[in-house]
Write a protein that binds this ligand. Sequence first.
Ligand SMILES: [Zn+2]
Length: 75
Amino acid sequence: MGRLLLLALAVLVLVWLVRRALRGRQAGAPPAAGSAAELVACAHCGLLVPRGEARVADGGLYCSDAHARLGPRRP
Ligand SMILES: [Zn+2]
């Protein structure tokens, strides 16, 4: 099961990288800020969530209300 999860994560990261590369190639196009489908990383745990579902707190984006309360992960 752990291996499957790792594979799913790898695919997710790959898709994200490809999408980012494709966006970067569109010269002059502004970054898709405001796009609800864009994936953003939780400032606490790093989980990728659609921007439309992310919680915003203190200028950071979080995957859940719980992590929004906890705030950014400290090093
Ligand atoms: Zn989180």
